[in-house]
Design a protein around this ligand. Structure first.
Ligand SMILES: Cc1ncc(COP(=O)(O)O)c(C=O)c1O
Length: 416
């Protein structure tokens, strides 16, 4: 990778005075931004001009969308949209207050009950985003002197939550239960929580859930599973990776998942014992000190759960498309990571090569953005393909052909 370096001008041109040698935070940020651009790591939002379950229009160009987390095609489902409209007709748009101060409506209460029943937990508590759910739960559960053991590939919100909570964060090599055990053993007297993604967001594999639960029991550590990408997709009625693995509330006392991926809406929840939820209501600051999610989103998520549960054909079709994609990739010599979920990353290598591959795929009519460090480890930039039940076999075939061409092009770039 080309690696040039910028020497940032950190000091403002101010003469004398107290604090004159203080670094300027704005110029430091600007220098970090410029460095990212030099390293091919700049992230930019594309403004979407139109979208449906499988097509996205960006920069005036219609592309087949293989970048969405709408794994079941529910974000525009008629029943889900109608539920949101009806709630808006009743309440207007905003919740207008925090849950504890008049923002908690019937739709929130009903959704919490439905989520608890679906996931086999005593209770559930809504948060406005998954990021906030993880921060809230980890900060409520952890404090200074505690240890939080986490998979190296966990989502950023889990890592941030442990640090914000003040615990010592100890990471273990991806899915390596023996390494997790060593980390727990290194602090035998500390209160401990082990946190893992259920389905890893950038790799698509499922965590070794049963082994992690057994380890936590022998080590007297609490286990938190973030099932953002498992909910809706895995398990007989879509209740996620933890239910698929038949793991009870006793096995996984803290279950977190989001409503913005397979459910196609937004928001998140933590589910577990009544004692856990009672404690979060008091001490999860990202629950207490924020406006409740709009009731229309709670109504939409509730309708989406019904579709997930009562239209199993969506999960079945998704599984067929995943099998098709993996088979077609093997036939074309496209190396994939070991994933049985809709997240099917194609490892490329350097950031420059991943950007080049994404460009080739886009020119062929497909939207699959490159994922680069620090979201993924250095040297493991990739195209994160995500499949949806809304895709058809022909979409998958077209993508496979485009990927084969893109990989060829990125190899040529690497050989130069
Ligand atoms: C594993 C995981 N946890 C948490 C989150 C955060 O969820 P949200 O987008 O609702 O903040 C995400 C993705 O965004 C995720 O992939």
């Amino acid at each position: 990778m080309k690696r040039r370096s910028l020497t940032p001008t950190l000091l403002p041109d101010v003469v004398g005075g107290e604090g004159a040698n203080r670094p300027d935070v704005l110029s430091r940020l600007a220098a970090a931004h410029a460095q990212r651009a030099l390293d091919d790591l700049l992230r930019q939002a594309s403004t979407v001009e139109a979208v449906d379950a499988t097509c996205i229009v960006v920069d005036g160009k219609a592309l087949r969308n293989f970048a969405s987390n709408d794994y079941l095609g529910l974000a525009q489902h008629a029943a889900v949209c109608d539920a949101a409209r009806q709630a808006i007709a009743r309440w207007g748009v905003g919740a207008t207050a925090a849950h504890l101060l008049g923002g908690h409506r019937e739709e929130h209460a009903a959704l919490e009950e439905k989520l608890a029943r679906w996931t086999g937990r005593d209770r559930a508590l809504l948060f406005s985003t998954g990021y906030m759910a993880n921060l809230g739960a980890l900060c409520a559960l952890l404090g200074a002197g505690d240890v939080c053991v986490q998979d190296k590939l966990n989502h950023a919100s889990l890592l941030d939550g442990a640090q914000l909570g003040g615990a010592e964060l100890k990471r273990y090599a991806h899915a390596d239960v023996a390494a997790a055990e060593r980390q727990l053993q290194s602090r035998p007297d500390a209160a401990a929580l082990l946190a893992s993604d259920g389905v890893f967001s950038m790799d698509g594999d499922v965590a070794p859930l049963a082994e992690l639960a057994a380890l936590c029991k022998t080590q007297h550590a609490a286990l938190l599973i973030d099932d953002a990408h498992g909910l809706g997709v895995l398990g007989a009625d879509g209740a996620g990776s933890v239910t698929e693995a038949s793991m009870s509330q006793d096995d996984v006392p803290v279950l977190m998942a989001t409503l913005g991926k397979a459910l196609g809406v937004a928001g998140a929840f933590v589910a577990g014992s009544a004692a856990l939820i009672d404690g979060l209501v008091q001490f999860a600051r990202s629950y207490v000190y924020t406006t409740a999610m709009p009731p229309a989103l709670a109504a939409a998520a509730s309708a989406a759960i019904d579709v997930v549960r009562f239209e199993p054909w969506r999960r079945e079709k998704l599984q067929r498309l995943i099998a098709h994609f993996r088979h077609g990739a093997a036939e074309r010599g496209i190396a994939l990571l070991p994933s049985r979920t809709p997240i099917q990353p194609v490892l490329i290598g350097t950031s420059a090569a991943a950007l080049a591959a994404a460009k080739v795929v886009r020119a062929a009519g497909f939207f699959v953005p490159a994922i680069r460090p620090p979201t993924v480890p250095e040297g493991k930039a990739r195209l994160r393909v995500t499949l949806s039940a809304a895709h058809e076999e022909a979409d998958v075939e077209g993508l496979l052909n485009a990927l084969a061409r893109a990989i060829g092009a990125s190899r040529m770039l690497a050989d130069r």
